[in-house]
Design a binder for this molecule. Structure first.
Ligand code: ADE
Ligand code: ZN
Length: 337
């Protein structure tokens, strides 16, 4: 019964990597289309490789998959496929990240990447009634100079890219390394997010708040080990974009039953539910909502609160956020009849 409630619940997805939405079937199709050799001979072998010991194990597989994308059409197909899937899950607004540096390394011009993603977003807005927004993430194992170069490269699209972020290998690459990247991005009008406290410590979340001053923290689950930090996140109203299935798949938490999402929510931290890299971690956004219902005992009213939080934490216009919140109220009232 709750599965039906979750499926119809209007929701926003705020933490999803476009390159991380590449389904195994599409990966093989693109590799054939672009004549790229993959290290897996078939889908079963690929799926067997999707058992991760941690973030450091997962990232090379993500980058290998992304290497199959080469042409504009590939970026359009990837983006449109994700938007179609998200719309089917009741996602009304999605803020999707693209890690452009991996593709620049393969010689794919920035314009091919961004224009194709934007074209798919426009088509899906018209045909599927899902409102997509594009964010660009830099990779933290690279230098700050490389991240600043990304800001220069995307400048022609600055009014069509809603925000910037920072992802990839967290430990050993603390937020402070990217202080100027965040300062510059803010000065250029971007909203900002940062992966922090995923496989890094709570101190990285604190450092991110102090130095990068992001609008949102991606993951941030390590804050659950630090009561003072939870209080600060609550008081400053900085939302966490939490990805429960991702955290279990990357062994950030030992099991779904031990996931700190409920504890963070009950401590008053703004928590949202997201999918991160859905085919890699075993599910899209509704699978994440179902997992926290089943393993953390969150009831329908709480799931609806989390969905409201997802719209409030989005970078959408206040008037549209208000419309989405009204749609949730109406949906909840209908389902109580
Ligand atoms: N890029 C894609 N998924 C990621 C994750 N879970 N952590 C950091 N960077 C990522
Ligand atoms: Zn992520």
């Amino acid at each position: 019964m709750v599965d039906g409630f979750i499926a119809g619940l209007p929701k926003a997805e705020l933490h999803v990597h476009l390159e991380g939405t590449l389904e195994p079937e599409m990966l093989f199709m693109l590799a054939a289309r672009n004549e790229i050799e993959l290290p897996w001979s078939d889908l079963d072998e690929l799926r067997a490789a999707y058992r991760f010991t941690g973030l450091e194990h997962f990232l090379p597989l993500l980058f290998k998959g992304a290497s199959a994308l080469r042409r504009s059409q590939d970026f359009y197909d990837l983006t449109h496929a994700y938007l179609t899937r998200a719309a089917a899950d009741g996602v009304r607004r999605t803020e999707m990240s693209l890690g452009v540096q991996s593709f620049l390394d393969s010689g794919i011009p920035i314009g091919d990447q961004i224009d194709s993603a934007l074209a798919a977003i426009a088509d899906a807005r018209r045909d599927l009634r899902i409102d997509g927004a594009l964010m660009v993430t830099s990779q933290r194992h690279r230098s700050q100079a490389a991240a600043l170069e990304v800001l220069d490269l995307i400048a022609p699209w600055s009014d069509q890219i809603i925000g910037i972020g920072l992802g990839a290998a967290e430990r050993g690459n603390p937020p402070g390394k990217f202080a100027e990247y965040y300062e510059t991005a803010r000065a250029r009008g971007y909203r900002t997010t940062i992966h922090a406290g995923e496989d890094g410590p709570a101190d990285y979340v604190r450092e991110a708040l102090d130095v990068c001053r992001p609008n949102r923290i991606d993951h941030g689950v390590a804050a659950a080990t630090d009561p003072a930090l939870m209080t600060r996140l609550r008081d400053e109203g900085i939302p966490l974009t939490v990805c429960p299935l991702s955290n279990v798949a990357l062994q950030v938490v030992p099991s779904m039953a031990e996931h700190p999402l409920r504890m963070l929510h009950e401590a008053g931290v703004v928590v949202t539910v997201n999918s991160d890299d859905p085919p890699y971690f075993g599910g899209y956004i509704n699978d994440n909502y179902e997992a926290i219902h089943e393993h953390l005992g969150l009831d329908q009213a709480t799931l609806a609160e989390l969905a409201r939080a997802s719209f409030r934490a989005s970078f959408d216009d206040p008037a549209r956020i208000a419309e989405h919140l009204a749609a949730i109220d109406e949906y909840v009232a209908q389902s109580e009849k």
